[in-house]
Design a binder for this molecule. Sequence first.
Ligand SMILES: Nc1nc2c(ncn2[C@@H]2O[C@H](COP(=O)(O)OP(=O)(O)OP(=O)(O)O)[C@@H](O)[C@H]2O)c(=O)[nH]1
Ligand SMILES: [Mg+2]
Length: 298
Amino acid sequence: MNWNNLAQEVAAGNQRSIARAVSLVENGVDGSTDFLEMLQFHPNIPVIGITGPPGAGKSSLVNALVSHWLERGEKIAVIAVDPSSPFNLGSILGDRLRMAGLFTHPNLFIRSLSSRGSLGGLTSGIIEVIDVFRHAAYDKIVIETVGVGQSEVEIAGVADSTIVVSVPESGDEVQTLKSGIMEIADIFVVNKADREGAGRFARYLAEMAHGRLQNDVQVIQTVATENKGITELAGAIDKDTARQKQSEKRFRLLAEKAARLILKQRMTDIDTDKIAEELKVLSNKPGFNLYLYTKRFY
Ligand SMILES: Nc1nc2c(ncn2[C@@H]2O[C@H](COP(=O)(O)OP(=O)(O)OP(=O)(O)O)[C@@H](O)[C@H]2O)c(=O)[nH]1
Ligand SMILES: [Mg+2]
């Protein structure tokens, strides 16, 4: 494997090389750490997270936004994270983009990642994959993730701008506003605004945000399937991205990513099967203490 060559091809925007690099990095194959060390870090490429409950219209929104950005001549990378199956991951998003004739667009790269085997809801290789896209100098990196469990809160740990998508009926479900969601949203989208109650719910979200002194939080109504509100949403994203560039949050995010990488590195030689075997013997011995036992791994 000529990693140097691969790094150059990725930087040149060669889609096949990007696909290859993403797979290698995602699977953490031998040498991929050295490869990651070769990558150029373009700090100003915004990572945009899109989350929300199943069926809220996230993929439809990504599709509409991507069309909008491609028309503007931008290069976009999309990551679809699926919490359950590694096979139908983002298949709906893929179908949509295929239908829109965008799937093979030279300025679009779409990749599905499984969230299995990760520390939390998000896939463990996502930071590295994002950095491959950064090296390829995409203008924007978009992550779609279904808001179940912890994943929507986790996405805020990797995205510069987090968009929380809901629908007018969500107003009736306290669950939508479950703890954590209000704090992570930079932009609220009330999608399916062709349905009743969208305006009321949008105003409610704005009031909630302002009540918490989150005055920069924007609330946008969209009808993703009819391309309504997409220009406004794209504008809101630009505005938020510009705001984030000035903010301390960027460095906190970067520190969080650093911490995740350090944690991952420290965990690599921890074999829980082996530890279980050892504990089977040790824990029955008098004077056993788990804190003293774990000290050897520090
Ligand atoms: N009426 C209406 N339907 C919409 C709108 N946006 C999306 N839909 C429909 O809602 C359904 C779900 O849309 P998706 O875009 O797949 O939603 P999603 O949030 O990506 O779904 P998951 O990835 O499965 O969580 C589809 O049948 C869409 O056609 C909208 O603005 N109005
Ligand atoms: Mg989807």
